[in-house]
Write a protein that binds this ligand. Structure first.
Ligand code: KIV
Length: 285
């Protein structure tokens, strides 16, 4: 599959072709993701939870995100790469936002950046876009602000809140975002947004009407087992597969079933004999 561009993604929306997106944080996993049919890979700040075991995405910093991005971009040749801007890397000022977005592009070698927030972050988005860096917006449930939102809860359930999320989407489009991720909002609200903005919407807990869908890789593959959000579908049980494989390895080692001849390096009998006799002569054996 050839690497999609922003133009490809816009065309996919126009033609009603669904966009697929997942996350990755390292070279090893990304080398498999890159061979799949996935269009976009987000180096997400969810890595704070999936890779580092934190309770939220808040603690992850720029340096760690850059390390994640470097691993992913080394393997990512066929997918469009999005670098997630960590908490407090863009909120402080437009200048700071541009500087950190630039680092993700220059050092992390991603194709664009993503940041959370609608109306309130529109000036950051506009600034980054003017600096020549494409931006994906992220509205609805914005995990970096869960303290403010009252936890990982569905957003936009009442008219006022839903209207605000629609306004957030419009503000991001106006600011120049090339796509908008909508997280944990009622499907009818995501439908209104998808039909109102010209840029593609990517849903996670946003229902079927979004232009594309994203799932966190470790949720999709059944690796992250702390909790499973309602909007997640596990397409594999790799966590269980990993444990089974490791247990089989341990059993093989304990039962002397591993390594087999095929995993060992042999030596001619006469050399072994010479070795042992010389070691005996030298008093080592
Ligand atoms: O960081 C992340 O993984 C996200 C998800 C909502 C896709 O932003």
């Amino acid at each position: 599959m050839s690497k999609p561009t922003i133009m490809t993604l816009k065309k996919m929306k126009q033609e009603g072709k669904k966009i697929t997106m997942t996350t990755a944080y390292d070279y090893g996993m990304m080398s498999h993701v890159d061979k799949s049919d996935i269009d976009i890979v987000l180096v997400g700040d969810s890595g704070a939870m999936t890779m580092l075991g934190y309770e939220s995405t808040v603690p992850v910093d720029m340096e760690t995100m850059l390390t994640f991005c470097k691993g992913v971009s080394t393997a990512g040749k066929n997918t469009f790469l999005v670098g997630d801007m960590p908490f407090m890397s863009y909120e402080v000022s437009v200048e700071k936002a541009i500087e950190n977005a630039g680092r993700l592009m220059k050092e992390g070698l991603v194709d664009c950046v993503k940041l959370e927030g609608g109306v309130t972050m529109a000036d950051r988005v506009a600034g980054i876009v003017k600096a020549g860096i494409p931006v994906m917006g992220h509205i609805g449930l914005t995990p970096q602000s869960t303290s403010q939102l009252g936890g990982f809860t569905v957003q936009g359930k009442d008219t006022e809140n839903a209207k605000q999320i629609v306004k957030d989407a419009l503000a991001l489009e106006e600011a120049g975002a090339f796509a908008i991720l909508v997280e944990a909002i009622p499907a009818p609200v995501a439908k209104i947004i998808t039909e109102t903005v010209k840029v593609p919407t990517i849903g996670i807990g946003g229902g079927i009407h979004c232009d594309g869908q994203v799932l966190v890789l470790h949720d999709l593959l059944g690796i992250f087992d702390k909790f499973v959000p309602k909007f997640v579908k596990q397409y594999a049980q790799l966590g269980q597969d990993i444990q089974n494989a490791l247990n089989t390895f341990a059993t093989d080692v304990r039962g002397e079933q591993f390594p087999g001849k095929e995993n060992s390096f042999n030596m001619k009998d006469e050399i072994t004999e010479k070795l042992t006799s010389e070691l005996k002569e030298e008093g080592i054996l």
